[in-house]
Design a protein around this ligand. Sequence first.
Ligand code: ADP
Ligand code: MG
Length: 247
Amino acid sequence: MADIDDTVVEARKVCKFFGKFQALADVDLKVSKGETIVVCGPSGSGKSTLIRCINALEQHQSGDLVVCGIPLSGTRASIDAVRRRTGMVFQNFNLFPHMTVIENCMIAPMKVKGMSRDEARATAERFLKRVHIPEQADKYPIQLSGGQQQRVAIARALSMSPDVMLFDEPTSALDPEMVREVLDTMVELAQGGATMICVTHEMNFARQVADRVIFMDRGAIIEAGEPEAFFSAPRSERAREFLAQIL
Ligand code: ADP
Ligand code: MG
């Protein structure tokens, strides 16, 4: 299916159940190329489930979800195709502990894309530079600070040249003094034109680069709007309560 427009993610009435529990309820979402979306909401509201469905780590049961032009239909082929085109950054970095930083960044391009070792190394070096840690290439993850590890995770995701980057609370496991370096990296990415969906409660980040903030509660998108409008005048009581707690 050819991309006839700039839509990178389109969800229509997406529902996800864990047993009888409904984690996503009729989620509608359209994300275009180059957009930065911030997803926020209380714990348990379905934020992780939403981005895990978008990169096919979870499968939705009803509704339509099309990612990078690929309808996620539950087939192995659609799952693999979507995973190849999405980059995911987790709260706990999830680096391979037995591989060096640069090996972490080389493995997927070699295994999944069939890149040669030299090409994968050159690509990895480029992205480690992009996240400002080229000098850490030959260290092991455990030798790095949390902020550095998370930047490796970002470089690793970027090394697959994904069409969309998905972030799931990338700074919430970090010591406070390391949050900024990861957010700065994400700001640079957003300003460089990357398409990003970021689950985060870092509202300054949202103010700085988000095109839209999405507020979720109990599996549903309750509000979506420009950051300034959402922060200064949330329409729903639930969003007001949420903002009162985090701001
Ligand atoms: P959030 O990221 O907003 O905190 P999640 O998407 O992780 O929320 O979870 C939404 C709801 O779905 C929660 O109530 C959570 O307990 C439930 N849930 C998430 N993953 C699973 C799972 N694998 N099995 C059962 N319930 C799950
Ligand atoms: Mg979560």
